[in-house]
Design a protein around this ligand. Structure first.
Ligand SMILES: [Mg+2]
Length: 130
């Protein structure tokens, strides 16, 4: 039987992987707070940016592996409309950010560096499949 993994544990692994890839990561989750956090419904767990890019953040909602249970209709709507991304593993989170980097019109030097930083962390995890 597989040991149960909590969303908190998955999130910690994902944050570590993103930071290893030199990305800036902000937590929006209020798992340590009691009562209302004041955060709008549906706001994803993580905001991720590249330190060389100004003002552009990628919203990633973290869920534990298995069937996805949305915490609110607002969250599901944001996901369905493509406004936020979903990750259930470090590999998926890195791949989302990599895809975002590849698809940008950022300065090519910055883009190449961002992708190389991500691949350095991603390749040992997934063997470099693209
Ligand atoms: Mg979550």
């Amino acid at each position: 039987m597989k040991p149960k993994v909590t969303e908190h544990q998955v999130q910690a692994l994902i944050v570590d992987a993103l930071k290893l890839a030199n990305l800036t990561v902000l937590h929006t989750s209020a798992y340590r707070q009691k009562g209302s956090s004041g955060v709008a419904k549906g706001v994803p767990d993580l905001l991720v940016a590249h330190p060389l890019i100004s003002g552009l953040w990628i919203g990633i909602e973290i869920k534990k592996p298995g069937p996805v249970r949305w915490s609110s209709p607002e969250q599901k709507e944001l996901y369905d409309s493509g406004k936020i991304l979903l990750a259930q593993s470090p590999e998926t989170a890195l791949r989302h950010v990599r895809n975002a980097c590849v698809g940008t019109t950022w300065n090519p030097v910055v883009r190449v560096k961002a992708v190389a930083d991500i691949d350095r962390v991603l390749n040992p995890i997934d063997g470099g499949k693209k």
